[in-house]
Design a protein around this ligand. Sequence first.
Ligand code: DWN
Ligand code: SAH
Ligand code: ZN
Length: 408
Amino acid sequence: MSDTLDCRICGGTLHEFFDFGRQPLADAFVDPNHPAQEYFHRLAVAQCGSCTMVQLLEDVPREHMFRTDYPYLSSGSSAMQDHFRATAGHFLDHELRDLDSFVVEFGSNDGIMLDTVARAGRRHLGVEPCAGVAEAAAAKGIRVRNAFFEESTAAEIVATEGRANVIYAANTFSHISYVDSVFRGVDILLDEDGIFVFEDPYMGDIVERTSFDQIYDEHFYFFTVRSVQNMAAFYGFELVDVEHLPVHGGEIRYTLARSGSRTPSPEVARFLDREKILGLAERPTLESFATNIDLLREGLRSLLVRCRDEGRSVVGYGATAKSATLTNYCGIGPELVSFIADNTPAKQGTLSPGSHIPVRSPEAFADPYPDYALLFAWNHAEEIMRKEAEFKRRGGRWILYVPELHIV
Ligand code: DWN
Ligand code: SAH
Ligand code: ZN
């Protein structure tokens, strides 16, 4: 475990703006039959005074987070399947038109994006350190290398497969504290005219919607257009396009190219202006975000305590990684939320990290329906509420806390 007060990108001074105290690993669900010692780390966020990058103060060794039995399966959401099918379609239409073109995705998980590329017969390779999800992708006929993406992995790939036209990562680049090695890898592996594309939760949306549950061990960086532009320049790349995406509560897809190789889209300047107007890199903005986190904690806790005192049943929906920070920071355990319904087989029958709320299958949700359902998977609200329409028809109500605490 390393503790640093210097920016992991530019070496500038970090200014802490929130400390969640000791928190468990967000995807380390507990086996109630073999309860092992849980790993806790200090979860605190800071901003760099020079390059403006928001980052965790302490990083957890990657082998603790991204293990063989990593439980998250990207394909568990049909909306995300649609999103990644469209993403692959975009690459096939624009960047991979040549039949010999080659795409590398790191953090390919169960192959949710590469599936479409493989079906189109294009050369592709996933790089995924978690053996379980990598095997799920391989079983679909997708080529996967079970490794962490970094400089040495990129060198091995280029030696046997040549350079890539597209290097892509969704919800993964922000998980990697060692960006220097990743950029050296991208430099080795990317074609002269290639693009490095990544999409991750947007700090602008997190601040605007107080979605502080996005802050947990795996999410090391919280990108803005300005901080990504600075980071790219630091490593000899240029930010040439940005696109705001509605998935996972608001993300940005960043497109990087070698400096001078592509003309930047006007969207980059537009977003930079918008971030300036919002004061996204300013201290008072982060201070009011910190105030809003504690107001939300108080509001949610008192709502759940009132439900309990009035004898109303509350069940959680979606045993998300995000809910680890929410439940542990807000002091929400099985006495306030009796269990969490989730469709991931590997999470069912376990206890949530730290807060120890039992996780059960979605069938348990209807048996019988609770009075209230606390939607931990708020980013999948539309899909889940559609699936569980019967719950509302029978008088049940959803508790949501993003973009603010409300009941529907
Ligand atoms: O960044 C990350 C994102 C992409 O995935 C990773 N670090 C870890 C993980 O984060 P998360 O667990 O917060 O992601 P989700 O997508 O919000 O998780 C949704 C959870 O809800 C999953 O456990 C599956 C479950 N679910 C369900 O039970 N029924 C989801 C849907 C759509 C459903 O219908
Ligand atoms: N891209 C998928 C999965 C996101 S979960 C999606 O958007 O749904 C984050 C993934 O990043 C996990 O599968 C994890 O194993 C992977 N990961 C973490 N560090 C990595 C690294 N250095 N190289 C490649 N993958 C990594
Ligand atoms: Zn910095």
